[in-house]
Design a protein around this ligand. Structure first.
Ligand code: GDP
Length: 357
């Protein structure tokens, strides 16, 4: 059987290959006598969402060539995962181009952080990038999209780019409504979605994923779980010789010489489970509870522990600093200094930064 949208052979095995439909969905739709669309066509038709693309050098070349044809590029970042959404390769591609920066999901930050503070923090982080302005948005709370649209209306054509999960499709839909169509753009091999609002053609590109974010290693269902609406904030005051697990994919071992123990908060999705233990028991616990008590991954088989390359990196952290773990969350120091040895997946970005919260 072939997909009614693109004509690809329907298959249920490989999500990344053409024609994929989960078997249950296929059976249900067939029983109901409905059209069979592959997941890619279904998403485009119903959510105006293109299939995501891995950031490879080849993709970088194609994207780089494409975006130059537009008056302005709208680069969507996620304030709850700044390091992960500000991917180094993407940052390099877009560096000297004319951009509007959109920083989405600002509803996830504590209310005590003001819009002005977020904006100046973001602007500082964007040093070295060429950009027109920064717009803070929340697609979830419908904040900031109207002034963004006003800014875009000054152009004839604009193009959206961004990593997956930053809320790019949500913003695109808020700006344009859902009545979009898929347009192949001449001279490129990238799928685009186009919508026209008054005199402005707004194009969307496929979301990009890398292996520099924890979230990129998880199954789509789990990605959804950890990019869902709210963030949890937990305060910790570790004793000497303690370890904290942020789920099963990140572990922090602490050491400090101060009399008073450090205090810090960890921000992560509500579905991420924290666990404090003594460092001497941590290895054992990790093996036993990986994908069980320590989630994500949400089951041990989702991402086998042995299939991953792990790294360990030590950071000296002071009051007013944060440590971001891309695609997972961040730690914000309330009382330092202390050292944290971070163990996580090898390619994942772990970065010390000036505090946002
Ligand atoms: P895309 O992959 O960048 O196109 O992202 P989506 O638009 O599919 O959004 C990814 C996830 O983030 C979804 O679970 C959305 O519900 C959620 N999301 C999108 N925008 C916001 C926002 O402004 N705030 C919050 N809290 N969640 C958002």
């Amino acid at each position: 059987m072939k997909c009614r949208g693109c004509g690809a052979q329907i298959q249920h095995e490989n999500q990344r290959k053409p024609g994929y439909v989960p078997l249950e969905v296929f059976q249900k739709r067939r029983a109901e006598g409905k059209d069979i669309l592959c997941q890619r066509c279904f998403r485009m038709r119903h959510y105006g969402k293109l299939e995501s693309v891995k950031i490879t050098n080849d993709f970088a070349k194609r994207l780089s060539k494409l975006v130059r044809k537009f008056e302005v590029i709208v680069w969507v970042l996620d304030i709850s995962d700044f390091e992960g959404s500000y991917d180094p390769l993407l940052a390099e591609i877009l560096k000297d181009l004319n951009k509007i920066i959109v920083v989405n999901k600002i509803d996830l930050l504590p209310k005590a952080v003001t819009i002005r503070e977020i904006k100046s923090w973001v602007e500082e982080r964007l040093k070295g990038q060429r950009f027109r302005d920064v717009y803070l948005t929340s697609a979830a709370k419908n904040y900031g999209t109207r002034s963004l649209l006003r800014a875009l209306s000054l152009y004839e054509n604009v193009i959206f780019v961004g990593m997956t999960n930053v809320g790019k499709s949500s913003i695109f839909q808020k700006l344009t409504g859902v009545d979009v169509n898929v347009t192949p753009f001449p001279g490129t091999t990238l799928d685009l979605i186009k919508a026209t609002v008054k005199n402005t053609d707004i194009f969307d590109t496929p979301g990009i994923f890398s292996n520099r974010r924890i979230i990129d290693f998880l199954e789509p269902g789990s990605q959804k779980k950890i990019s869902q609406k709210s963030l949890s904030r937990m305060t910790f005051k570790p004793q000497k010789g303690q370890t904290i697990f942020i789920g099963g994919l990140c572990r922090l071992d602490f050491s400090f010489d101060t009399e008073l123990p450090p205090i810090f908060q960890i921000f992560a999705s509500e579905s991420v489970k924290f666990h404090v233990t003594s460092t001497s028991k941590a290895d054992n616990l990790h093996v036993k509870q990986y994908g069980r008590l320590l989630v994500p991954p949400f089951k041990p088989k989702e991402l086998s522990m042995d299939s991953l390359n792990w790294k360990e990196e030590e950071f000296e952290l002071n009051t007013g600093e944060e440590l971001a773990i891309a695609g997972l969350g961040w730690l914000s120091v309330r009382r330092g200094p202390f050292k944290a040895k971070v163990k996580t997946i090898n390619d994942v970005i772990v970065k010390k930064r000036k505090a946002l919260v």
